[in-house]
Design a protein around this ligand. Structure first.
Ligand code: FAD
Ligand code: 2HG
Ligand code: ZN
Length: 474
């Protein structure tokens, strides 16, 4: 992609025969990939196909000791590394920029313990989120986070990015549920349960190998409604009403716009059958989770009736069974996939006060239209707004045929400046990664950045750990 401030390579890396000898001596044949371009490709390129590195080596350690040995060797020999989980990150944090060695957590996939009384789960960092949730479901518990990438992302990657997701509204920030971490520092030191590492959410200070997490009891009664709404003003009113009327059973409040719906239909995501027939400017998915099905469903029905009577929503439907609940959710969760089908997608993940949240989408549309790049057969085909209203988190997706510097320059730094002017954050939940490293100044003060650089320097003096990410290089 076009980068205004492309980094220059800082840490040299030439894979020698001695290096290969070392890695093959500690890892089994299925624990590493060397120099096979086809096999390396899925690890070198990110989910959006936007960031592509040229690593010649992927290592897949199977335990903490191996991660420690690998990092010690890399540090001693000044070999740069990038930690990688499920590679579903959306800011280019988990793929190499140049030829850094990829340390992938696929083989760190053991559940270590679960205590059914406290609900505390301890597991390897490479466990897949959905696998953990299924394991917990059998024991009447659940993971305190859920996101569209659950089938691939690893809990270590979730913790490293402090992923938000679809139920942050109910269960809070993931870091609030993390009780302890096991992590390896760049020099190979194993830190066991060091609580200060709770704030190591960048993947630039160490590699998480184990996670201890407090999990909530799985609610017995869950239901979902989808609403069709005519204005963003009314989306906000519906949110306020949901807090009033659903209060303790409210577990998600998500929105998307009509453009997102059109894209879902165009790409027929999951054989999309939409619950509401007409097209509305905005859609909202409300989820409730409680313990008394008939009582909770009655609350949801009353809530919907109240919204309809007061003309806050134009239409609405409540799911009739678990299959419908899953189908409603698959619409919301399918939007990133639909956006990625067109060829290229510019993703911005911003926090702003809810009243101005959708204004960003409108302003970007106007800007791209005035520049003559938005429309059918133009560089940009669509500008989509969706996200987690409950958390004041907008996902702005700009759908294009290809990543083009002309488009990039129209959007960046415009989007970041807009966010700053509206007292927001340029990185609500996806992290900074490679994408936003040079823009950290929009979110943090110079003194804060300087302190962060000092911390990084003291823990990773050779700069081997995920270089070019998170912190500005200049
Ligand atoms: P990767 O992509 O592999 O890595 C992400 C970052 O973490 C990189 O910087 C990497 O170096 C670092 N890292 C990975 N593992 C470790 C480790 N063990 N130790 C140290 N650092 C590590 N995010 C949200 O917040 N909310 C959402 O709702 C959401 N929905 C998504 C939906 C889709 C369809 C997709 C594709 C992504 C979504 N994401 C969402 C992005 C989200 O950040 C990731 O899905 C997830 O948290 C990353 O996990 P991963 O294992 O794939 O990490
Ligand atoms: C979501 O909420 C994810 O679906 C992905 O955070 C958002 O792709 C995006 O922009
Ligand atoms: Zn999100």
């Amino acid at each position: 992609p076009a980068k205004k401030h492309a980094p220059t390579k800082e840490v040299n890396f030439t894979l020698t025969q001695d290096d290969i000898k070392f890695f093959t001596s500690i890892l089994p044949a299925n624990g590493l990939i060397i120099d096979n371009e086809d096999d390396l490709m899925p690890y070198n390129i990110d989910w959006m196909r936007k960031y592509r590195g040229k690593s010649r080596l992927v290592v897949k350690p199977k335990d903490t000791q191996q991660v420690s040995q690998i990092l010690k060797y890399c540090n001693d020999n000044k070999l740069a590394v990038v930690p990688q989980g499920g590679n579903t990150g959306l800011v280019g944090g988990g793929v190499p920029v140049f030829d850094e060695i990829i340390i992938n957590t696929n083989n760190l996939n053991q559940i270590r313990s679960f205590d059914p009384i406290s609900g505390v789960l301890t597991c390897d960092a490479g466990c897949i989120l959905e696998v953990l949730d299924r394991y917990l479901a059998e024991r009447c518990y659940m993971m305190p986070l859920d996101l569209g990438a659950k089938g691939s992302c690893h809990i270590g990657g979730n913790v490293a990015t402090n992923a938000g997701g679809l139920r942050l509204l109910r269960y809070g920030s993931l870091h609030g549920s993390i009780l302890g971490l096991e992590a390896i520092l760049p020099d190979g030191t194993i830190l066991d349960n060091l609580s200060t590492l709770r704030k190591d959410n960048t993947g630039t200070l160490g590699i998480i190998t184990g996670v201890s997490i407090s999990t909530p009891r799985r609610p017995r009664a869950v239901n979902v409604a989808v609403l069709g709404i005519n204005s963003f003003q009314n989306v906000q009113k519906a949110f306020m009403t949901s807090k009033d009327e659903l209060s303790e059973i409210l577990s998600a409040f998500e929105f998307w716009d009509m453009n997102a719906l059109n894209l879902l239909k165009t790409h027929n995501i999951q054989g999309t059958k939409f619950p509401l027939e007409d097209h509305y400017p905005f859609y909202v998915l409300v989820e409730i989770s409680g313990s008394n099905k008939s009582h909770d469903d009655e609350k949801l029905h009353n809530f919907l009736e109240n919204l309809l009577t007061n003309e806050i929503v134009t239409n609405g439907v409540v799911a009739q069974d678990d299959t419908q609940i899953a189908r409603f959710w698959s619409l919301r969760e399918g939007i990133p996939e639909a956006c990625s089908k067109a060829g290229a997608v510019y993703k911005y993940d911003i926090s702003v006060p809810v009243p101005v949240l959708y204004q960003m989408v409108k302003d970007v549309r106007i800007r791209l239209q005035s520049a003559g790049v938005l429309g059918e057969d133009k560089l940009v085909s669509d500008v989509i707004g969706y996200g987690h209203i409950g958390d004041g988190n907008l996902h702005l997706n700009i759908v294009a045929n290809t990543y083009d510097p002309k488009v990039t320059n129209l959007i960046e730094p415009y989007v970041y400046e807009w966010t700053e002017q509206h007292n927001g954050s340029i990185s609500a939940e996806h992290g900074l990664g490679f994408m936003k490293a040079e823009y950290l100044g929009y979110t943090k003060s110079p003194s804060m950045i300087s302190l962060m650089k000092q911390i990084k320097q003291s823990i990773d003096p050779n700069g081997i750990m995920n270089p070019y990410k998170f912190l500005p290089t200049r």
